[in-house]
Design a protein around this ligand. Structure first.
Ligand code: CP
Length: 308
């Protein structure tokens, strides 16, 4: 099966065969990272613009590592050191960069739909690396890869997602991806941090943290998005930890072989108990490892067909 999408903006674009293709390609390409020389010439001559209007550690650096492993050149632009600070718009900035002949743009932006807006106006493909509270499809793909590899599949699993669902683009993309692949999803969080339409995404809303994690195969904690809490939606972080965090007691209610996930960055002592920092069934760093492989797969699928 071939990849025929110019853009990756939302997990809702992908059917199970697309997701399987990305995960299978990522599984093959990850081996390059174990070689003494971690580089192949597959995307030599291609250029990707990494445009990050919001902070990032994992997504930005894993796209950079992924591109380098495939010999793809990168052009990294951050909002604070570009002419964006002089008032240049997103579209003008990208039109100017487009004039330099890149093959693909990876965009993170605080505005939901920013990637979609650019994809309609630019002549090159766009990967959404997180747009406001909307979606983060490459995070969902790396989460699916982590689950598929650690649990031997996704179909039929129960995944509990606990925390700030309302502000989480990861939650939205993960829910769409997990439902597409046949998983059952339970969510739980403070009522002020659950979006009103959450059930329409095909999830069950648990009545308590314990109900959410009971018998789950996968427990995913989400970061409190302090930068997006425009008003006082939480009593205090201390109370949040008492009532909504995941710790050893909660993991004891999940299945005996349940894994613990978090997209990062983690606020230890807020959404996760520091007692789980080095826990044997935490796959938080494995998620990061899968992130490089998944982004290599996407760059390969979106660029290698063009004569690389
Ligand atoms: N998970 C994630 O998107 O992390 P960064 O914000 O560090 O990229």
């Amino acid at each position: 099966m071939a990849w025929d999408r110019r853009n990756l903006l939302s997990m809702s674009q992908l059917d199970p065969a697309d997701i399987e293709l990305v995960l299978e390609t990522a599984g093959r390409l990850r081996e390059i990272g174990t070689r003494p020389v971690k580089k192949v010439p597959t995307l030599r001559g291609k250029t990707v613009v990494l445009m990050f209007y919001e902070p990032s550690t994992r997504t930005r650096s894993s796209f950079e590592v992924a591109a380098k492993r495939l010999s793809c050149d990168t052009l990294s632009i951050s909002a604070s050191t570009s002419s964006i600070v002089k008032g240049e718009t997103l579209l003008d900035t990208l039109r100017n960069l487009e004039a330099m002949g890149p093959d693909l743009v990876v965009l993170r932006h605080s505005m939901a739909g920013a990637g979609d807006m650019l994809a309609r106006r630019l002549g090159v493909g766009v990967i959404n690396a997180g747009d406001g509270m909307h979606e983060h499809p490459t995070q969902a793909l790396l989460d699916l890869m982590t689950i598929a590899e650690r649990k031997g599949g996704i179909d039929g699993l129960t995944v509990a997602i606990v925390g700030d669902i309302a502000h989480s683009r990861v939650a939205r993309s993960d829910i769409i991806g997990l439902r597409t692949m046949g998983a059952r999803v339970r969510v739980f969080g403070p009522p002020t941090l659950l979006p009103p339409e959450v059930e329409s995404l095909g999830v069950e809303v648990a009545g308590s943290r314990e109900e959410a994690v009971a018998g789950a195969d996968v427990v995913m904690a989400l970061r409190i998005q302090r930068e997006r809490l425009g008003e006082q939606l939480l009593p205090s972080l201390r109370e949040y930890f008492e009532l909504f965090s995941i710790g050893p007691q909660q993991m004891a209610l999940a299945k005996d072989d349940a894994i613990l996930m978090h997209p990062g960055p983690v606020n230890w002592g807020v959404e996760l108990d520091p007692a789980l920092m080095h826990w044997e069934r935490s796959v938080i760093l494995y998620q990061v490892e899968c992130g490089v492989a998944v982004r290599m797969a996407l760059l390969y699928l979106m660029l290698a067909g063009e004569g690389a």
